[in-house]
Design a binder for this molecule. Sequence first.
Ligand SMILES: *[C@@H]1O[C@H](CO)[C@@H](O)[C@H](O)[C@H]1NC(C)=O
Ligand SMILES: *[C@@H]1O[C@H](CO)[C@@H](O)[C@H](O)[C@H]1NC(C)=O
Length: 141
Amino acid sequence: MPILGLNLNPEFISVCNNTTWAIGEIAMQMEMQPYVGVVLPNLVEIINRPNTPKTLLENTAITIGRLGYVCPQEVAPQLQQFIRPWCTSLRNIRDNEEKDSAFRGICVMIGVNPAGVVQVSRCVIKAVEATEDVQLTPFWK
Ligand SMILES: *[C@@H]1O[C@H](CO)[C@@H](O)[C@H](O)[C@H]1NC(C)=O
Ligand SMILES: *[C@@H]1O[C@H](CO)[C@@H](O)[C@H](O)[C@H]1NC(C)=O
């Protein structure tokens, strides 16, 4: 995981993209708590970078969501640092398993740190409403 963290360098888009994807997949299988600190700061920086390619943004948003799903206590305190670009990048992608886990992660994190999304709550609600098949009961209903 520390080596993957070093490869989260957006100067090398394809490597960065694949690394991001791999971290998100591994997060669904392995205990990530010890590693959030070595990957999350880079992911947050990438999602906030201007001119990040759209597909890298989407992959990054999915991986942050998945990390939050498995480690909400570690990731939720950072919500404010990534929620706006997270929201805009995932709002329009097609529903699939990756998106599903990422949205579950955001819901769990909002439960831990609701103050982190207050300023962008409209965006989050719109993003959830835009999913075709919401299996979760949104916490605000
Ligand atoms: C990033 O990876 C996704 C698949 O996970 C792929 O569809 C996309 O084209 C890749 N984007 C870049 C910029 O390499
Ligand atoms: C990223 O993954 C894709 C799909 O598996 C692969 O075709 C591509 O060569 C990989 N990029 C790098 C830089 O290894």
